[in-house]
Design a protein around this ligand. Structure first.
Ligand code: ZN
Length: 869
């Protein structure tokens, strides 16, 4: 069975058991403060397990794209070394939200694997939770009894808490699980050692394929467990691994999920999978990583230096580095694999098809820049080696190279080894550990249990219509943060506060009752509940309060949000419909908008865009809001949806004239409320992605006031010239003339100096020698030396000069001397550099050294003679 059919059969099997098929959620998470990537199928359903929302369907099935770069087996640096772990993978799952439980979950899993997929029963092992004394939970007899009816008892394994108890995090829903393992070894190997002994022992051919999690407990902050009122099923089956088993392969990379990619890599890099372990690892790394990177970019996450973007950059750079080191690729090539990835996965994940060009551009640009880094790193490493006094290179130096320039440590080690040097790896590890501790300390957070007081209202968010409302506290908890110290997270029964999301900042404001007033410093959304952040709790926690949003900030933010929609419309109108939104940031005093477009905007284009938006503002377009319409219905009306965004069945559509978008943000009632739109910046974020920064309303007033002040200041400097532009261009012309004159004078000076110097050259041992302090800049000295070299044979020159408090030594040696007398200008300046407290280098016939001690120049000049005596 082909991989595409396997995915389809899985989903159809559960559809036949009354499950609805739901699409994969984005792999990159946008508005979840606790997680950067979807790392398991359950992430998009967290809110149902936590009881924060009620699901429309209690039985669903899906194939979720996941990314893991940390954890026991998914440490990024390990992926590719074995044949069954990945960064990006698909997780097939079936879900029950308070519907069926263990009986159905177990029986259906067995039916699917052994009847529909025809996997040999005798190659399967199952596990049940043996219980845990510290948690006061016994053996999972319920699961055991069900399994006993379908599997011989000697194929049932009793697993401990580590293997058979699943937890969402330190706190929250959890429960025992049953894993299904498969033994795909040859009959001979099976006869030698029973598979049962190899379960959970990291054997590549005895692997877990499906985990059935029975969520029945809630883990509290103090570590104790309580029974959940509604019990859930969460199952996860690794798609790539299932394909391996069903296609009778020994490695995930031998299935048709990966073979087309591997063939393509072999073709492009002129290598061959299977020839050596190094080549195999490199090819697996690249095949795995290109998928992870392509899907992330399709979800709107570009490589960058922070957060999720940094993870993507590290993954991509790792692939580049394996290609560079083991497949000898010195040119970008990974972007060429996107086409193959698209052919493989495009049907199930259409975002790859739609965004292919962007993905290729971004990867290619990143490849080019990292290959440059690698080249530079090689030069710097060369310098480190030349300057090293012994054969061991310091780990601190290697860490600098790694940390500041992104030069990979394994490459450093490899190159040093080739040169006969060793690396102090312990020193490097120590530096790395220090850095990790620094970043961990910066982010560490701990949180207490939620104290529940009241139920949250059904439609808790009232902020589209109200900026203040009467509320009670539904629940709260205390959290410790590094940056802000102790904070309280508070959930109200209902709230006018907009939680950060869709690029728009969270509302600020206060909570008040009588004399008491508590500031709300931020609002965020987590697992579908709106969390308000405060530095303290109100005295009477169970009382009634007025929740009041900072209206001035909200009004300004709304103006900026509406402006992003009009800007989006303007860009598509003026540049073309290839423009896709790639991110936005909407604050009270500022907005920015990232979008796909392949060249810099000209000033005419910027003007047109600005004009277009301001025309819409002038038209005074009324807000038309449809709060609960069907997703498909909204699209049919022409609403724009964004890639990498998760939409429910029912959505909110925002229209201003011809602009219509799916959006959860807050907006002005009429575009006239924006007052004026002004672009303040246009730049590149990445290849094929541009960024526009802009302001509206009061911020524009301030902007124009500042511009006027600036102009007045310039006029002041120009002695109130009537036409400042003319005055400045006059100054520029004058400056250019003066520069020319200075250059001519310097040339004359060099000429005079040259004839003066010619008279001073002495012959020593057949060498024309001069060591002299001169008053010229570096360029002048070089010119002079080469001119003299062209006229005089067997020449040895050493010039010293002092410029702005720094010393410079320049050494010129005729080529014939370099060869016959074994002289080397590079070595000489390096050695003489110590007199001026500096160093340098260059070629054997010309080299320079800079230093910070001009007083040492005479000594250096005096020492020069010893090289020819
Ligand atoms: Zn919006």
């Amino acid at each position: 069975m082909k991989s595409q059919e396997i995915r389809k059969s899985f989903l159809e099997f559960f559809q036949g058991k009354s499950h609805s098929i739901v699409p994969s959620a984005p792999m990159v998470l946008k508005d979840d403060p606790s997680l950067m990537f979807t790392n398991a199928g359950m992430v998009q359903f967290k809110e149902f397990f936590l009881g924060n929302s009620v699901p429309k369907n209690t039985r669903v099935t899906d194939s979720q794209k996941c990314l893991r770069v940390s954890g026991k087996h998914n440490d990024l640096e390990e992926v590719g070394h074995d044949t069954y772990h990945h960064t990006m993978f698909e997780m097939l799952g079936n879900w029950s939200f308070g519907d069926y439980f263990k009986e159905e979950a177990i029986n259906w899993a067995w039916e699917l694997l052994t009847h529909k997929f025809k996997i040999d029963k005798d190659s399967l092992y199952v596990s049940v939770f043996e219980g845990s004394e510290e948690d006061g939970v016994g053996l999972d007899t319920e699961a055991l009894e069900i399994w006993k009816k379908i599997v011989p008892e000697d194929r049932i394994i009793y697993g401990n808490k580590k293997d058979n108890f699943w937890e969402m995090g330190d706190q929250g829903p959890c429960g025992p699980c049953s894993e299904i393992h498969v033994d795909i070894r040859s009959p001979e190997e099976k006869a030698e050692k029973p598979g049962k002994e190899l379960v959970n022992a990291d054997h590549p051919q005895v692997v877990e394929i499906w985990n059935l999690v029975f969520m029945q407990f809630n883990r509290k902050a103090d570590g104790s467990l309580e029974e959940l009122p509604a019990k859930h099923i969460d199952t996860g089956m690794g798609f790539e691994r299932l394909c391996m088993v069903m296609q009778g392969k020994q490695s995930n990379y031998d299935t048709d999920v990966f073979t087309p990619l591997i063939t393509e890599i072999e073709k492009i890099t002129n290598s061959s999978y299977g020839t050596s372990e190094e080549t195999n690892i490199a090819i697996r790394v690249i095949a795995d990583h290109v998928r992870a990177v392509a899907f992330s970019i399709a979800d709107g996450q570009l490589p960058s230096n922070t957060g999720a973007g940094y993870v993507i950059r590290r993954i991509l750079r790792r692939a580049i580095r394996y290609g560079f080191t083991f497949l000898n690729t010195k040119e970008p090539f990974i972007y060429k694999l996107v086409d193959c990835t698209k052919s493989q996965m495009g049907e199930a994940f259409p975002e790859l098809v739609k965004q292919q060009q962007l993905i290729e551009n971004v990867i290619k640009e990143e490849e080019l820049s990292f290959l440059r880094t690698l080249e530079q790193g090689l030069v710097m490493l060369e310098n480190i080696v030349t300057q090293s006094k012994d054969k061991e290179i310091s780990g601190v130096k290697a860490f600098e190279l790694y940390d500041t320039f992104g030069f990979p440590i394994d490459l450093t080690a490899l190159i040093l080894k080739e040169k006969g040097y060793s690396l102090n790896i312990a020193e490097f590890e120590a530096e790395l550990k220090k850095q990790k501790e620094r970043s961990r300390a910066a982010t560490q957070v701990s949180s207490g249990d939620w104290e529940e007081i009241n139920e949250v209202d059904e439609d808790a968010f009232v902020g589209y219509d109200q900026l203040e409302t009467q509320v009670k506290i539904a629940k709260y908890r205390k959290v410790e943060t590094k940056k802000q110290g102790t904070l309280y997270q508070i959930v109200f029964t209902k709230t006018p506060f907009y939680p950060e999301g869709g690029g728009q900042v969270g509302d600020k404001g206060y909570l008040t009752s009588g004399e008491e007033k508590i500031s709300i410093i931020d609002t965020k959304k987590e697992s579908n509940q709106i969390i308000h952040f405060a530095k303290k709790l109100p005295q009477n926690i169970s009382g009634s309060f007025t929740a009041v949003v900072d209206a001035s900030a909200r009004t300004k933010t709304a103006a900026n949000h509406t402006a992003t929609h009009l800007l989006h419309q303007a860009l598509r109108h003026i540049l073309g419909t290839h423009v896709e939104q790639k991110g936005s940031m909407v604050q009270p005093n500022y907005m920015r908008f990232d979008f796909s477009h392949f060249s810099k905007l000209s000033s005419e284009e910027i003007e047109k865009v600005e004009q277009f938006v301001n025309d819409r503002i002038q038209e005074g377009l009324q807000l038309e809001e449809q709060r609960n319409i069907a997703y498909q219905h909204a699209l049919d009306q022409g609403a724009i949806a964004l890639f990498g965004e998760k939409y429910g069945d029912s959505v909110r559509a925002i229209r201003f004239g011809e602009s219509m978008e799916l959006c959860g943000g807050t907006h002005v009632k009429n575009t006239a409320d924006i007052w004026y739109f002004k672009i303040t910046g246009e730049s590149a974020v990445a290849s094929g992605i541009r960024r526009i920064e802009a302001i509206t309303g009061d911020a524009v007033k301030e902007y124009f006031t500042k511009q006027t002040e600036l102009l007045e200041e310039v006029q002041g400097l120009l002695k109130n010239a009537k036409d400042p532009v003319k005055a400045i261009s006059g100054l520029q012309d004058e400056n250019a003339d003066l520069k020319k004159q200075v250059e001519a004078l310097l040339k004359d000076k060099t000429k005079n100096l040259k004839s003066e110097i010619k008279n001073e050259i002495q012959e020593i041992n057949g060498i024309q020698f001069l060591a002299k302090k001169v008053d010229l800049d570096a360029g002048g000295i070089k010119d002079l030396a080469f001119q003299l070299g062209g006229e005089i044979d067997d020449l040895f020159l050493l010039f010293g000069t002092e410029q702005k408090g720094k010393a410079l030594l320049s050494c010129y040696i005729s080529k014939e001397l370099v060869e016959t007398k074994d002289l080397n200008a590079g070595t000489i300046v390096r050695e003489l550099g110590k007199y001026i407290q500096g160093g340098g280098g260059g070629q054997p016939f010309f080299a320079t050294a800079g230093g910070k001690n001009p007083a040492g120049i005479p000594e250096a000049l005096k020492e020069a003679k010893k090289y020819i005596e």
